[in-house]
Design a binder for this molecule. Sequence first.
Ligand SMILES: *[C@@H]1O[C@H](CO)[C@@H](O)[C@H](O)[C@H]1NC(C)=O
Length: 499
Amino acid sequence: MLPRTPLFRWLAVVFFVALVFYFHPSFTGTSILLDSTSPPQISKSGSDDLTYVREVLSKHNIGPTVSYASRTIRYIFDAPDRPSITELDQNLFNKPFEDIKITKVSTLEADVPLEVHVKQSQRPDQIDASALIFGCSTTFQRFTDPKTSPISEWARWLTDGNGHSNGAGLVLALFDTTQEEIDHAAERLNSVGINATVVASDPTLDMPGRYVALVNMLYNHNSRDNRKFFILMDDDTFFPAMSELLNTLTHYDPAKPYYIGTFTERAQWLLEHQAPFAFGGGGIILTAPLAKQIAGLPCLEKTEDGRYVLDSDQGDRLLYNCIHQHTETRLTYLPLLHQEDQFGDPSGFYESGTMPLSLHHYKSWHAFIPGKAHIVVDACGEDCLLQRWQFKDNFILSNGYSVAQYPKGIDFDTGLMEGTFDMGGEEEMATNVAYTFGSLRKSLSGTGRKRSWELLDSTREGYGRVKQIYVKRKDDARWLAEGEEHPKYDSVIVLLWIP
Ligand SMILES: *[C@@H]1O[C@H](CO)[C@@H](O)[C@H](O)[C@H]1NC(C)=O
């Protein structure tokens, strides 16, 4: 019987079985095997097992009694595009918030999943980033200090999310370091799947010098011939949308000299510099012809009194001075790269529905956990990160950043960014960022018109399934009107994304 069956029919069967496996791993029972970190018990509609939630809350000293709500969200890959915000004719929550003692309750009744339609976009295991090589100069101290270490963030966009490289290269130059530390750093990076080359930076160079010298290291890397783009970054630069970054870069011919980057969001700082240079925190992207030129230029030449001939005390500016002085290449401005030079509450930016190509300063000038936020990409794909949904019960979900409730209604223009930042007076802030963020709307902090649960943690619970914990602390004054009493308990929202 077998030999008489036409080959194509067998191929069709094989293809069909493969499809079933691919799209419905839960039917096959292999979803648990695919992810060794997933808990053994996964219920059909989820959000009921509180083990992980309990662990995270206890680690962050939240509870034991919390005001709790949860929702399961089923994503469906059939939307034609990725709007900044989508208004749904449904409530986010079926049930009201409930005060529960998290140490006592181990499961809650599962609810009916909410369905959202998203554009199909890449997950980390579908990305081939071998055209890119990144370079970063930092200290061993910053690299290993849990407060500043970039390892878990880098693992999100330099690997496939399962402990293997996504093809991208990394050159990490450590300052003032020993061979032992270099080996240790290389071991740490390779153990999470990052294809890294760790080297000591030239001890005779100062900080701007080390920065520019990275170009030579990237250009002289043994993988050079396979790379199209050579990218300088800081140790707190995050690339949340690698697939979109790769798409964007297809517009630039890697055989031609390109210097691609972004400005500070602050017009004032930009004008003070009087030079259109790429600010390093957002990432600076070079093509091989320009990297080659720079590697051969006297960028680091000094005068007799020890200053750079191309006078600057900042690496990114020194690089620009060298390119500007010695080549004909000028900056290609890519505004979706972000320097994020705003201080204070960053909500306005992360709740604007944007899909940035880079993020920066999230461990210093403001607080955000892109490594955790990005995990939802393993479920609903790269495009759904920071995508917004507005619900009938006056909640807006900014996926991976916050779930915000507007108790007096959503009576403002959601197309405008909220001016939540700490950048001097309102007028000064508005003027400063208008060219990049557009007009800002008034901050709702302290008005009682907004309450926000911000991402605390996130985990993958099987293939295509991600659980997020958002928290609103009882003593967060931003969510209280003048004279309003603090709520009795911290409040927790758990969202479970399922296919
Ligand atoms: C790491 O990159 C090098 C090129 O620099 C390549 O030869 C090697 O196969 C890569 N290793 C992995 C595990 O991807």
